[in-house]
Design a protein around this ligand. Sequence first.
Ligand SMILES: [Zn+2]
Length: 255
Amino acid sequence: MFRVSPSPGLHIGFTGVGTGNLAFHVSGGTTAQYPGRPGPVSEARTRLEREMGVAPGRTEYLTQVHSARVVEATGNGWGARSGPAEEADALVSPTGQDPLAVMVADCLPVVFASRPPGGVDLTGPTAVAHAGRRGLLDGVLEATVDRLRGSGAGSAPGEIEAWVGPGICGRCYEVPEDMRRDGASRIPAADSTTSWGTPALDLPAGAVAVLERLGVTVHRDDRCTFEDGRLFSHRRAPGEGRFAGVVWRTGEGAA
Ligand SMILES: [Zn+2]
């Protein structure tokens, strides 16, 4: 797992193929693996939590549906569920204490942390968002930042930080011309051309532009899922798996 710790006890991570597939809906995963039923996805999620230093089953995931819907952490991780997680594409922890995960394979995993107004350390609410083409254009990042600010994050520039994780890059993400035109008309920074000269969208550049316009300080992991075999890519290998962006806390006060 690629990992940074930007503030005392706060950790941001992006997993890869090495951690294994984290999604129950692809690659041999099944919701029958929910609590107490061993299987490759449960094992991968538990292995990740061991690496995070988080109790098994404690991390919260979503059932992602390419929407701009944001929900709050419930305090119950995946291990406490008897069925699929709630349908949404962004998850906010108002206290910043819940371990959160968002799953991707070409779409962007975006992880957020925040300072309370006037604060120095990132001790405020945290969030994760799934930003593919549809979610990005429909405003999932704006909705997530709104919810963070409504949960106590400061609204001055730089009081929210975002880590835009690995996704398909603007030179690989080919789309039909009308889709490029539509995307670029809504987010000009997303206009792109593939390395082979066809219409494309640059989701990472689009996400960075949206976040910077909102006054968010952006960190970017510019690995391309389509080009890097250590990451899952839906376009390169459909159904092979999902990796995750995660945020969690350790030490005093952590759940
Ligand atoms: Zn690429």
